[in-house]
Design a protein around this ligand. Structure first.
Ligand code: NAD
Length: 290
């Protein structure tokens, strides 16, 4: 194995420490703790774990946190009303609706996310924040791709001038990732399910970000010698009768050629929650005029 392994834990701890320092400043200056509200509808087991971890992170940083648990049969109107209530709650600076929504509400996802006031949109999914990101304005940006940028910077991996290939074009990961890399002066190629000659493209990348949702999709032969490989994928697979988490990258193979690589689990996943804490504090600072 030749690649340097980029463990998320170390970087996440640094991001959280910074968020804690800033949250303490807000508390000292304004006497208010930055607050996060997480809404979970239904009882998806994976979502419950994510929400629990988000609450735990808030507790760790002594942020104010509210967990709103709504039953599976919640109507669109009830969910919207809850968001409106939190939009008006001065103790809450960040609002997050845990996805996926139950099937009956899935068709209202865009409306639900757009109902969160842009200044409280700590996920960075509101069209206003998406637009601001794309024109290069300072705003709340999606946690996972922003965490990737922070990690690359902290690990001293040069983004400026690098050829970055993002595999995946979702609104949650791929597109904001590409925009953030562009803002940092990378030359960005976005690949997706209709891309031809994917391997030829990825082999020219200095940085590969895999956000595909297919286990072990990026193999060693797709990676240029010494490239940085960031694995955003979280796939649950059965191995020998046991459930295991694997990424979108064939870690064992790719780490033989890459210069640096993130593991799954233990890589990018940890950055997402750290960035959520960062965004909550940033949202509080903006709303309190700091
Ligand atoms: P998505 O399903 O919305 O998007 C997947 C993207 O992959 C699509 O844009 C599609 O065009 C592309 N794709 C599919 N097949 C392809 C192929 N054969 N070649 C090239 N591109 C192809 O998924 P998402 O929400 O962007 O998530 C991607 C992965 O990241 C998932 O495994 C998800 O669980 C994970 N994820 C992790 C975090 C985290 O905190 N680490 C956060 C969000 C998502």
């Amino acid at each position: 194995m030749s690649a340097k392994i980029l463990y998320g834990k170390e970087f996440a701890a640094r991001i959280k420490e910074e968020a804690r320092r800033e949250a303490d400043e807000v508390k000292r200056g304004k006497g208010i703790a930055p607050g996060l509200a997480v809404i979970i509808v239904g009882s998806d087991p994976a979502s419950e774990v994510y929400v629990r971890n988000k609450q735990k992170a808030c507790d760790e940083l002594a942020l104010y946190s509210v967990k709103v648990e709504l039953p599976e049969e919640t109507s669109r109107e009830e969910l919207i009303a809850k968001i409106d209530e939190l939009n008006d709650d001065e103790k809450v600076h960040g609002i997050l609706v845990q996805l996926p929504l139950p099937r009956s509400l899935a068709k209202h996802e865009a409306e639900v996310l757009n109902r969160i006031r842009p200044e409280k949109d700590v996920d960075g999914f509101h069209p206003m924040n998406v637009g601001r990101l794309s024109i290069g304005e300072r705003t709340l940006t999606p946690c996972t791709p922003t965490g990737v940028i922070r990690m690359l910077e902290m690990a001293n991996i040069k983004i400026d001038g690098a050829h970055a290939v993002v595999i995946g074009r979702s609104n949650i990961v791929g597109k904001p990732m590409a925009n953030l890399l562009l803002q940092k002066n990378a030359t960005v190629t976005v690949c997706h399910s209709h891309t031809k000659n994917l391997k030829e493209i990825t082999r020219t990348a200095d940085i590969i970000v895999a956000a595909v949702g297919h286990p072990k999709f990026v193999t060693a032969d797709m990676v240029k010698d010494g490239a940085t490989v960031i694995d955003v994928g979280i796939n649950r697979v059965m191995v020998g009768g046991e459930r295991k988490l694997v990424g979108d990258v064939d870690f064992d193979g790719a780490s033989e050629v890459a210069g640096a690589i993130t593991p799954v689990p233990g890589g990018v996943g940890l950055l997402t929650i750290a960035m959520l804490m960062h965004n909550t504090v940033a949202a509080a600072k903006m709303q309190l005029g700091i």
